[in-house]
Write a protein that binds this ligand. Structure first.
Ligand code: PDD
Length: 276
């Protein structure tokens, strides 16, 4: 497997980054996780735009050339040659001794690994999720400071849940690595404030409107999540996943509902077209 460091492709086992890199020392970095369909990267422009915006928000550099990063991604995916890839692009502030907060030169690392087969049963039967109190700092930024997410995922794994959903002051926010949607009647709700605006979330919102359904982007309570007719979560790597139970409470009939299934079909059509 090859990786790309600041534009140079090297063998993964020979790749080197300084131990003084602020990403290593402080989790001071931003990232994107992308995947391919039919070998081409899904929603590349949207991911690059978000990466650029994360770099800017954290004042990591005066300017950042996402077009260059995009070329590196395409080159690396081709070099590794997997049928489908999961790509991680990570930008860290670089080195500055122990004076944190500033770096001299960003480090851009790209890893493209073979996309693992996803268990079909999660899409057919749905998954269980748990709620957990908390939220992400600078939520619009996709930051590498993932310790709260790791802890939340460990808690979820301990109770056999697939994902942990953050709830802040009673308001549902997002999953540790996903966005959350609820369906009530013929209206679909998804939080907007204090969450990462997922690339898949954005696409699903557009698909909902295309199907002639109503989508409301805004806050909702944990009670609304429990009482939803249908719930699903989204992410770039796994797409749309139906939720059958939240905190052990059955959602709807305890299996993927009809609106979720229609949206999953529309989502599948979209990605299949991209893969051609
Ligand atoms: N995570 N919210 C959070 C906190 C996330 O980390 C992610 C993605 C999402 C979904 O965003 P998108 O649709 O752009 O993937 C929402 C990725 C999969 C990760 O951490 O690897």
């Amino acid at each position: 497997m090859f990786v790309c460091i600041n534009g140079t492709i090297v063998k993964a086992r020979e790749a080197k980054i300084s131990v003084f890199d602020q990403g290593f020392l402080y989790g001071d970095g931003v990232y994107e996780t992308l995947r391919t369909y039919g070998g081409s990267v899904f929603q590349m422009d949207e991911h690059m735009q978000r990466l650029g915006s994360s770099v800017k928000t954290l004042k990591m550099a005066e300017s950042f050339d996402v077009a260059k990063v995009e070329k590196w991604i395409v080159k690396l995916v081709k070099k590794n040659g997997y049928k489908e890839s999961r790509v991680r692009v990570q930008v860290t502030r670089g080195e500055n001794g122990f004076d944190f907060g500033e770096g001299k030169r960003l480090n851009v690392v790209i890893m493209a690994e073979r996309l693992k087969d996803l268990d079909p049963s999660i899409y057919e039967k749905g998954v269980d999720v748990m709620t957990i109190d908390g939220s992400r700092l600078r939520a619009k930024v996709k930051s590498t400071s993932l310790l709260p997410m790791i802890v939340a995922r460990q808690e979820a794994a301990d109770v056999g849940a697939f994902e942990a959903i953050f709830v802040k002051d009673g308001w549902v926010k997002e999953g540790s690595i996903s966005n959350v949607f609820v369906v009530k009647g013929d209206v679909i709700f998804t939080p907007k404030k204090g969450v990462l605006l997922g690339i898949t979330r954005d696409l699903v919102v557009r698909l909902v409107r295309k199907l002639g359904l109503k989508v409301l982007e805004g806050d909702f309570t944990k009670r609304k999540l429990y009482n939803a007719d249908e719930v699903f979560i989204t992410s770039s790597v796994k797409g749309m996943i139906p939720v059958k139970k939240v905190d052990g409470r059955k959602i709807g009939h305890g299996r993927p509902g009809s609106i979720t299934k229609n949206l999953m079909a529309a989502f599948h059509d979209y990605t299949a077209k991209k893969a051609r």
